[in-house]
Design a protein around this ligand. Structure first.
Ligand code: SAM
Ligand code: SF4
Length: 330
């Protein structure tokens, strides 16, 4: 699949549920309204949808959410998608998770063909963790991450940089990741979805500042490492681990975008930061043949936009796109 700007699209992220067992302050309001279950694709439909993308050239598949591991029987979807890895049609099957259920599923994930997991963790301070996630228990998540590592899964910690919350702790997290053999990526907060009383201008911390601060404690060497994602990497010489920076605001990375995203209702978003979308549920349900679905996918790729234009400042509203990250899948 090649888009109008010559970019090869070979990475699909699928939000398998919009529900979550946490309520991170930058992601959701505490009293979120979730989709009616009838609107959500069944696991069999999600398998058919993902498999159609694999046949059209997707080489990397990431299941996300909401929290993917809270969806009932989600392991059956991982197992079934694992067949594409075995067949050599897919290079990577992976997930992004908050880690609350990871210990329970680590071995099954490995058996299904998953080798790397992104775990979202913004702080190592138990009180701050509960303040950020509203409902989370840090010790449990840290224990689950260690179980996953012991099961053979490579771990990447994703931390959202939050002004005045974890900004002075990110160095300690880099050191902790080094001690435990985890990679780490730091992400700028993005203006997606209403988050109740929270204000994103108060949350937003440009990563240029984070990098400068980390540079005072560690030796950062630029690296040309690529994972097929938007992160720019450095090597931390003191720990020997990689550190990625995802900077949608301070440095727009759209020129190398290789991905599209599907929601759990089968809506395909060609860009995280734009509204244009294609309904894949109707063609999926219209026929047992995949022909209408394949045609709808190709038509949508043909109108993938050039990029997003996220801005967070006092003059702009908090929300560049009304849908939450948990809908499109972060
Ligand atoms: N529940 C899973 C988790 O937290 O890893 C998967 C879904 S979550 C929406 C995926 C990622 O998006 C997480 O790393 C989270 O920190 C990030 N995220 C959510 N809202 C965001 C926002 N407004 N700006 C930047 N990152 C955000
Ligand atoms: Fe849930 Fe992930 Fe959003 Fe936190 S970031 S509320 S864990 S979906």
């Amino acid at each position: 699949m090649i888009d109008p700007f010559g970019r090869t699209i070979d990475y699909l992220r699928v939000s398998v549920t919009d529900r979550c067992d946490l309520r991170c302050v930058y992601c959701m309001a505490e009293d979120m309204t979730f989709l009616p279950k009838a609107d959500v694709l069944s696991l069999e439909e999600l398998d058919r949808l993902c498999s159609a993308f694999v046949r059209q050239g997707v080489r990397k598949l990431r299941l996300t959410g909401g929290e993917p591991l809270v969806r009932r029987n989600i392991m059956s979807l991982f197992r079934s998608l694992g067949r594409h890895i075995t067949a050599g049609d897919l290079d990577e099957l992976t997930l992004t998770t908050n880690g609350t259920q990871l210990g329970k599923y680590a071995e099954e994930l490995y058996a299904a063909g998953v080798r790397r997991v992104n775990v979202s963790l913004d702080t190592l301070d138990p009180a701050k963790f509960t303040a950020i996630t509203r409902w989370g228990n840090l010790d449990k998540v840290i224990e689950n991450i260690a179980i996953a590592r012991a099961a053979g899964l490579e771990i990447k910690i994703n931390a959202v940089a939050l002004k005045g919350v974890n900004e002075h702790e990110l160095g300690d997290m880099v050191a902790w990741c080094g001690e435990n053999d985890y990679d780490m990526t730091i992400i700028e907060v993005m203006p997606m979805g209403d988050i109740g009383n929270e204000d994103r201008v108060d949350q937003y911390l440009p990563l240029s500042m984070v990098r400068q601060q980390l540079g005072q404690r560690f030796t950062l060497t630029d690296s040309d490492h690529k994972t097929g994602g938007p992160a720019r990497y450095v090597r931390i010489e003191e720990t020997g681990r990689r550190l990625g920076f995802i900077t949608p605001l301070t440095h727009n990375f759209c020129e190398s975008c290789n991905r599209v995203r599907v929601t759990c209702t089968g809506t395909l978003y060609m860009c995280l930061g734009q509204e244009d979308a294609a309904d894949l549920r109707a063609p999926l349900r219209a026929s047992e043949s995949d022909e209408p679905l394949n045609a709808a996918i190709l038509e949508a790729i043909g109108r993938k936009p050039k990029g997003h234009d996220f801005i967070i400042d006092r003059r702009h509203s908090n929300v560049a796109v009304p849908r939450h990250m948990s809908v499109t899948g972060g």
